[in-house]
Design a protein. Structure first.
Length: 587
């Protein structure tokens, strides 16, 4: 337990220190899927005139991916039915939106407000023959996780207090209340994809020195098998404890500094959209090419790519709630506050709160076609073909690429509060790229080659990763874009949101050289070569993410207010100059 939990020990600036853990929900699991693809294509070139070529093509692909998972459900729809039945049972009485209700400014007393029961001395007892079945019907609308285990469910403990012992309920009792877990089921995803392609090339002077061309095509990818096995596991469970500095409980038994539990959440799980489509891209290229001298040509191209139906997983079991007066997301809880009579209070953490939909799950990460990306570029190229024992290629590219994620398994989409900051530059977006490649053939079978490049900096994000509690006291490991600022006088936290990939790395130079000597060994051809990479010995730092928020490291300022000093970079530094020797032998 110590080895698993120690990476998540947090000595907080405010409130008690805590321990967080993310552990598998099952001791073993097995993933498996099969995929079948079948493709047909046809292509032809038609030349109505000697200086005009038209190309036509079409490709048809049928894709079938088979796997297994568990009953598919909609947490938001289930919660809406649950809330409706519970409001009829009078569950909104005495609750507000800030405390976890969803009253929308109106409190419904349900059947208890009916004038038929106005004269009853105990309105709850008088209406129990109606409200109790309503509660049973409401709880049966929420799907339960397929793993049979006992979980702490503080969000529903008040519904059936007689069935809870020490904050836990036996799953067998849930079936008596109409709560049923997910069922294992096989599913198949079938997609029929038709991809047309068109092209035109025209030489207006009919001399073979000028070319104006355009192409358009649709290109389908495949649903790789790792994208359809998410429901098979492993699911994870978040645990949250108070840090016990004594290292032993009240009886003197060692507890590895794991104190009283703060959050005992149900598992987080995955869903695969049963209507999952094959990702594809539409590509348009417009170009002009002209030979300006013997063996020398210049070209100009415009490239536009639209990546559609891209895969991304999002959390569909949490949502935000807005303050009706300010229109901003509520921030009433999130972190553990002070300990009062053995119980930990909840305090604002300067970040939007998350509200659960289905109490029997923590995160429900649904994989679907929720993402897209756009790439546009203008490319200018010059080519000196091999003549007089040397050749040269050079190009300059101006490009922009934006989208929602670089990887379908990224944390984008896992936090509803970051939706507005997610769409932005992708991590391979470069505004300017210059390349130059040259080679010359020298006497005595020597070849010298040069490769040079200059590119503007790649983007990176300022992120804040932290553990926080939702309205059901389930722990969330959250990633937000921005940083937490603290009032220099009061120390109150305030989160400053930033757009993803809002920062830029420095520009990068790259120079590589190569020398090759052709040899003849007997009746066989051979060659020896030496290559030098990063000739300028550049020591470039590529930053991927910058995390200024580190709540476990602070120092005191002269006025006594803690000052944040932590700095954390997820980055790589390029190696220095490198040499490579090689020998080639043909036989």
């Amino acid at each position: 337990a110590r080895d698993v939990l120690s990476p998540f020990i947090r000595r907080n600036r405010e409130g008690p220190s805590t321990i967080a853990a993310i552990i598998p929900a099952a001791s073993s699991f097995e993933n498996g899927a099969t995929g079948k693809t079948l493709g047909f294509y046809a292509q032809d070139v038609y030349k109505p005139f000697p200086n005009l070529s038209l190309s036509f093509g079409v490709r048809f692909d049928r894709e079938i991916d088979q796997s297994f998972g568990y009953s598919f459900f909609e947490p938001a729809a289930e919660r809406a039915r649950f809330d409706l039945l519970m409001s009829l049972a009078g569950n909104e009485a005495g609750k507000s939106d800030a405390s976890g209700g969803d009253n929308n400014g109106v409190t419904s007393l349900g059947v208890q407000s009916d004038q038929l029961f106005a004269g009853s001395p105990d309105i709850r007892l008088a209406t129990s023959f109606i409200t109790d079945p309503l509660k049973l019907a409401a709880i049966s609308r929420l799907t339960r996780h397929h793993i049979e285990s006992t979980f702490t469910l503080p969000g529903i403990a008040n519904l059936f207090p007689g069935d809870f012992v020490n904050g836990q309920i036996d799953p067998r009792r849930l079936a008596q209340h109409g709560v049923f877990p997910q069922r294992r089921e096989a599913f198949a995803i079938t997609n029929n994809n038709l991809a047309p392609r068109l092209g035109i090339s025209w030489d207006p002077s009919s001399t073979g020195r000028t070319k104006i061309f355009a192409t358009w095509g649709r290109y389908y990818d495949k649903l790789f098998l790792s994208s359809v096995v998410a429901e098979e596991g492993p699911d994870v469970i978040n645990r949250y404890y108070l840090l016990d500095p004594n290292g032993a409980n009240g009886l003197g038994v060692p507890n590895h500094q794991i104190g009283r539990i703060l959050s005992d959440a149900p598992p987080s799980t995955h869903q695969v959209d049963r209507q999952l489509k094959t990702p594809y891209s539409d590509e348009l290229t417009l170009g002009f090419e002209r030979e300006i001298a013997p063996e020398v040509a210049l070209s100009l191209r415009y490239i536009s790519r639209r990546f559609r139906d891209q895969l991304q997983d999002i959390d569909v079991n949490h949502s935000l709630r807005l303050d009706p007066y300010t229109g901003q997301p509520l921030d009433d809880f999130g972190r553990v506050g002070t300990i009062i009579s053995g119980a930990a209070t909840r305090q604002p953490d300067g970040r939007p709160d998350l509200y659960i939909q289905n109490f029997f799950f923590n995160q429900v990460l649904r994989l679907g076609n929720f993402n897209e990306a756009r790439y546009r570029a203008i490319e200018f190229a010059a080519v000196k073909r091999l003549a007089r024992r040397w050749e040269l290629q050079g190009s300059y590219t101006y490009s922009r690429v934006v989208g929602g994620a670089e990887d379908f398994q990224s944390r984008l989409g896992n936090d509803p509060s970051t939706v507005e900051e997610e769409f932005g530059y992708l991590d391979y977006d470069q505004r300017h790229v210059v390349k130059l490649n040259a080679i010359t053939f020298l006497p005595h079978d020597w070849q010298l080659g040069l490769s040079m490049g200059w590119s503007s900096g790649l983007p990176y994000s300022i992120i804040s990763r932290f553990f926080a509690l939702d309205n059901a006291d389930y722990q969330q490991f959250r990633t937000r874009y921005g940083r937490t600022l603290y009032n220099p006088v009061t120390g109150a936290p305030h989160f400053e949101p930033l757009r993803r990939n809002s920062e830029r790395n420095a520009a990068v130079y790259d120079v590589n050289v190569r020398a090759k000597k052709a040899l003849v060994i007997g009746r066989h051809a051979a060659a020896a070569y030496i290559e030098v990479f990063n000739l300028l010995n550049s020591d470039d730092l590529r930053i991927f993410t910058y995390s200024p928020d580190q709540p476990d490291r602070f120092s005191a300022s002269p006025n006594g207010v803690p000052v944040q000093e932590a700095l954390q970079l997820d980055a790589t530094r390029r190696f220095g100059r490198r040499f490579q020797f090689g020998f080639q032998f043909d036989f």
